[in-house]
Design a binder for this molecule. Structure first.
Ligand SMILES: [Zn+2]
Length: 75
């Protein structure tokens, strides 16, 4: 028996919790936090009724999956 067939998995898993636009009033940039994945700033936070209810820990592109999301104006 050999265990040489084990494959290395370099694939990045998608974020466990994705942004849900229905759950927040708006997305706001958090310039004090850097993305856990790519170290970009700002990170995405979700605001509802004036309170932060969602913190992705990820930047725009890593949260929304589009390059345009690097600009918080597109959130
Ligand atoms: Zn990122």
């Amino acid at each position: 028996m050999s265990s040489r067939s084990r494959k290395a998995r370099a694939k990045l898993a998608p974020p466990a919790s994705t942004a849900d636009p229905a759950a927040v009033d708006s997305f706001e940039p958090d310039y004090g936090t850097r993305c856990e994945v790519c170290d970009e700033s700002p990170c995405v936070t979700g605001v509802k009724a004036g309170r932060v209810v969602y913190q992705s820990g990820l930047c725009g592109p890593c949260t929304f999956g589009t390059a345009e999301a690097i600009d918080p104006a597109n959130w």
